[in-house]
Design a protein. Structure first.
Length: 277
């Protein structure tokens, strides 16, 4: 069976779903490796260094917080007045929060932004996420062992407010809910992991067998769309030819939304387009 995916960017990751793992209490950790930041709009800081700090529940932008097998880093924030097709209501603005989540365990971990992240103002009122077209990446999906996803959460908020991002991994059975004060930045100067520097990358056409199911990414091509679908201005489609061969004696479910992720050089997970032109 062949699957064609229509997406836009640079690294595709294929994985099988396995169970989640358990671990320790909330703590700060040290990050390593370098990622280039080419976004002038992002008020981004790098991940911070610190010794273990059990039971701490409030952190700053740039801190890396370990909760069991997941490490969370809010790398920066930026504000926006919207684009051509969407604007916030009068007196409001879009707040976009850049978050990186890394899986340090040995099994797949799941991230669901609506369930795990919420924005709080100084009075404790929460705000729902907003679908902003300019938001980079996605924080929904599964993370294979040793890898990470990165994306921006977007919220429509009153101008001039002060906010904290609440991260609650307990919704997936993990311990250690905490908040990140979006008005404070860590003073440490460490770096984020580089999505392109990956020793497990394999060439096109490589067959990878997992439990009698063989996966291969055969090729890709670019597309500017057709009469029914075109990419946004400044973007192109990547059409990726993926082959899945079932050599077992049982049927095997395949989900393009759950099993395949595409990342750019900064680690932002790209959105899938389900067209097949």
């Amino acid at each position: 069976m062949k699957i064609k995916l229509l997406i836009s960017s640079a690294i595709i990751t294929i994985f099988l779903l396995t169970g989640c793992t358990s671990g320790v209490t909330t703590q700060k950790v040290e990050m390593s490796s370098q990622v280039q930041n080419n976004s002038t709009a992002t008020e981004s800081t790098t991940a911070s260094s610190a010794s273990e700090t059990p039971a701490q529940t409030e952190f700053s932008i740039g801190d890396t917080i370990k909760v069991e097998n997941l490490q969370f880093t809010v790398t920066g924030t930026r504000k926006s007045s919207g684009g051509q097709f969407e604007q916030p209501q009068a007196g409001y603005e879009y707040l976009l929060i850049d978050v990186l989540v890394q899986n340090t365990g040995s099994k797949v971990e799941s991230i669901r932004s609506l369930a795990m992240f919420s924005l709080l103002d100084k009075d404790g009122y929460s705000y729902n996420t907003t679908l902003a077209d300019e938001a980079k990446g996605s924080l929904d999906g599964n993370i294979i062992a040793g890898k990470y996803i990165r994306g921006e959460l977007s919220y429509e908020v009153p101008k001039g407010g002060t906010y904290k991002l609440q991260i609650d991994p307990t919704v997936f059975g993990l311990s250690g809910a905490f908040t990140v004060d979006l008005n404070k930045k860590s003073t440490a100067d460490n770096s984020l992991p580089n999505a392109m520097n990956n020793s497990s990358n394999v060439p096109f056409g490589t067959k990878m067998e997992v439990e009698k199911v063989v996966y291969s990414v055969n090729s890709f091509r670019t597309s500017t769309g057709d009469n029914f679908s075109q990419p946004e201005e400044g973007y192109i489609y990547y059409v990726i030819d993926v082959e899945v061969d079932n050599n077992s004696s049982e049927s095997v479910p395949v989900s393009s939304m759950m099993m395949f992720n595409l990342y750019d050089g900064q680690g932002y997970k790209q959105k899938i387009n389900r067209r097949t032109n």
